[in-house]
Design a protein around this ligand. Structure first.
Ligand SMILES: [Zn+2]
Length: 381
């Protein structure tokens, strides 16, 4: 129950409420208007900031952590958002060629890989050999041991096809079982090279994002180089010492141990500073230099092999390419002669990349030669 005075209060309060509600609605409208205009301003500010962040700057405007080569004066990306850094793959700046030389070689590597796998033969031949070998081997093995070795059959059949497309499946199988060397060391080398190229291109593309990411990617870049050096030892050591298993294991274990130690050291944050540059250079040099011992050993063991000079020529071309590339990298030629002229194209790091690629291709040629040699002579020498 309510008294008349109560009703007035109620009406007043209702009226007041209406008034209040109206006021609140107005407030909401005002709020909405305010927030939408605020949102627009913020969006505008954000797009301006993105635009500002995606502008190329000069060396002097760079944050301290990005100041590395004072002879490259302009076209830097500094503190760019990740998305803008990714899209900069298709823009001109002083890292464009560095990124694209790496992607270029990945394509070359990919094509070489395709060429390598194309030598396996036509799909029909592959199928025929797989079926033949599987039937023959499974039948004989099952007869002898009552056990199936399908994966081994498939492997042998696949290996048999490499470079032997002109032969009959049975000939291929016989040759594969007797002669063909394992392919895995070659793929270890290809995998290591791909990893190095991946870390390097990622570093060149995203190093401009922040100091933290810059340090992280640089560490992975160094580790990628170490992985490539270590894995490039696998094909020559494996194939040259294939018939001396003790030395094969000694050298492969040795280089893998050195590689693991180097990668862990390079991934340690305290070793990625500018002050540690000589230490890093020493590590890479020691890794490369450790190849001299098995190389001399290999020459002595295979002195009578006529193809040793071709292999030596390939590996010397690789060493020369790496050495010349490193000279450009360290000396900062040609940009030191004419600062600013080579900002976009032609500076030392790009030349260094080209020589590293040439070196890797020479080593790739040597690896194919070693495989072919072992496929031909086996362990008969
Ligand atoms: Zn580089």
């Amino acid at each position: 129950m309510s008294s008349p005075s109560d009703q007035i209060v109620w009406k007043r309060s209702k009226a007041g409420q209406k008034e209040m509600m109206k006021e609140t609605n107005n407030h909401h409208l005002h709020d909405h208007h305010y927030s939408s205009s605020k949102c627009k301003t913020e969006k505008k500010k954000a797009s301006e900031a993105t635009k500002r962040h995606s502008e190329l700057v000069s060396y002097r405007a760079l944050p301290e952590y990005m100041k590395d080569n004072e002879y490259i004066l302009d076209y830097y990306r500094a503190n760019w958002p990740l998305k803008a850094a990714l899209y900069s793959l298709f823009r001109w700046h002083n890292e464009t060629i560095n990124v694209w030389t790496i992607y270029g070689v990945r394509m070359v590597d990919g094509n070489e890989f395709d060429a390598f796998t194309t030598n396996l033969g036509s799909p029909k031949q592959i199928y025929q050999v797989c079926v033949d070998s599987s039937l023959q081997r499974s039948f004989s093995v099952a007869q002898a041991m009552n056990v199936s070795h399908n994966s081994e059959d498939l492997y042998l059949a696949t290996a048999a096809l490499i470079n032997l497309t002109e032969r009959t499946p049975t000939e291929m199988l016989a040759t594969a079982s007797d002669m063909l060397a394992s392919r895995w060391p070659f793929f270890v080398f290809l995998g290591g090279s791909m990893f190095c190229l991946l870390t390097s291109s990622t570093c060149h593309l995203f190093c401009c994002h922040s100091h933290h990411l810059n340090l992280l990617l640089l560490r992975f870049d160094y580790a990628g180089i170490a992985v490539m050096i270590v894995t490039s030892f696998f094909p020559p050591i494996f194939y040259i010492f294939q018939c001396n298993p003790v030395w094969q294991v000694v050298y492969l274990t040795g280089i893998t141990t050195i590689g693991i130690f180097t990668v862990i050291t390079l991934l340690t944050p305290s070793h990625s500073s500018k002050e540690c540059r000589p230490f890093r250079a020493l590590l890479f040099f020691l890794m490369g230099f450790s190849g001299i011992v098995p190389a001399i050993h290999a020459l002595i063991v295979n002195w009578s092999e006529p193809r040793r000079f071709i292999a030596l020529a390939y590996e010397s071309a690789m060493a020369l390419s790496y050495a010349v590339g490193t000279l450009f990298y360290v000396s900062r030629i040609p940009e030191r002669w004419k600062p600013g002229l080579f900002d976009l194209a032609g500076h030392s790091h790009q030349i260094f990349h080209i020589f590293v690629i040439l070196g890797a291709l020479a080593h790739y040629g040597a690896a194919l030669l070693f495989i072919d040699w072992r496929d031909t002579v086996g362990c008969s020498l």
